[in-house]
Write a protein that binds this ligand. Structure first.
Ligand SMILES: Nc1ncnc2c1ncn2[C@@H]1O[C@H](COP(=O)(O)OP(=O)(O)OP(=O)(O)O)[C@@H](O)[C@H]1O
Ligand SMILES: [Mg+2]
Length: 329
């Protein structure tokens, strides 16, 4: 039998009429970053909550390092670290206090608890800010603190539920680097995200999840290779020429070409094969930019589900949650 650090078998969760997670099965191997990629409401958090023994499945079963989530929840909890989607640190306490409390909750006392808290904070680059109240931390520091809290008991398996939600590009990349370090230490990481760049950058394998179901699974490369061809964008100085150019490209090269404003979007099997004849054809035309777009996971998702991963572009869920929490106080 294949060795799995996390094995889910037909994991299912119903909330009344809604099937939030629908017969989800997968195997995350030791030392692997396995990502659940899907839009809002896909069932990512519900899956993680069941695996972390915080939510009872309606049906199905799962094992973490061979421990059953149904029959051995205590062992499962010792084996896993969880960074939940909603921040859990107490922002009236310091980072140090939060991590130390976590270490004590796991049963470490005295010097051992302090040593573990220090190691976790150091690893996440938070020692300098350790004695500041969490309320003074930036978004990126808060997320790193959550990871530090999940590491105090040296878990072999880590669940990271949208660890970079709402972070700017720089903080996101910083956290990616740390996640890679954790992987090098041999931890198995289950990462949920709706950022396809994140899944592409970190994951060994990705399961695309939509409406509670895994619709495709594979390495980012395998998933992208399902999309045939590439897209070439030809931007013209004069938008009035786009129609004519699209028509002549379609006629001469037998490719799919569509005018979009000042740009002609050309779909080809392989840009390497088409580019030389395409460039010959457009020479003399006022082209200001040629851009080749390789297929990405967003397109894989679109092809599989007919929808985009990020439907509410511009709406920052994380900021909204933090804001609404402040208003409630
Ligand atoms: N306790 C609950 N009671 C009823 N419905 C729930 C409950 N928890 C989740 N759901 C529903 O289950 C579905 C899956 O939710 P889930 O939080 O797992 O999605 P997600 O993929 O984590 O989404 P997001 O990207 O927004 O975090 C959603 O339709 C959600 O409204
Ligand atoms: Mg979620």
């Amino acid at each position: 039998m294949e060795e799995c650090s996390i094995k889910a078998k037909n994991l299912t969760k119903r909330f009344g009429q809604l099937i939030a997670v629908n017969r989800v099965s997968f195997c995350a191997r030791p030392g692997e970053v396995y990502s659940l990629l899907g839009p809002n409401g896909a069932g990512k958090t519900t899956t993680i909550k069941m695996l972390a023994t915080l939510l009872q499945p309606t049906a199905g079963e799962a094992w973490i390092k061979g421990y059953s989530i149904l029959r051995e929840p205590h062992h499962v909890r010792r084996t896993i670290g969880l960074v939940p989607q909603d921040l859990t640190a107490d922002d009236e306490l310091t980072g140090w206090e939060n991590v130390l409390i976590q270490a004590r909750l796991y049963g470490y006392s005295g010097n051992e608890a302090e040593k573990r808290a220090r190691e976790a904070l150091e690893f996440m680059g938070l020692m300098e800010a350790a004695h500041r109240k969490v309320s003074t931390y930036s978004g990126g520091m808060r997320r790193r603190l959550e990871v530090a809290m999940s590491l105090v008991h040296s878990p072999e398996v880590l669940f990271l539920d949208e660890p970079t939600l709402g972070l700017d590009v720089q903080s996101r990349r910083h956290l990616w680097g740390l996640i890679e370090e954790l992987k090098k230490q041999g931890k198995t990481i289950l990462l949920t995200t709706h950022y396809m760049e994140e899944a592409e950058a970190l994951a060994d394998r990705v399961a695309i999840i939509d409406l509670g179901k895994i619709v495709a699974e594979g390495s980012p490369e395998e998933l992208k290779s399902r999309i045939k061809g590439e897209v070439i964008h030809l931007k013209l100085r004069d938008p009035g020429l786009a129609n004519g150019l699209a028509e002549s490209l379609a006629r001469e090269l037998g490719v799919e070409a569509e005018p979009k404003g000042d740009t002609v979007v050309v779909r080809v099997q392989s840009s390497g094969e088409t580019l030389p004849s395409l460039i010959r054809l457009v020479s003399g035309m006022p082209i200001v930019e040629i851009r080749i777009v390789k297929p990405n996971l967003e397109e894989v998702f679109l092809e599989l589900t007919g929808r985009r991963l990020r439907e509410e572009e511009g709406f920052d869920v994380f900021r909204f949650r933090v804001m609404s929490r402040r208003v409630r106080r």
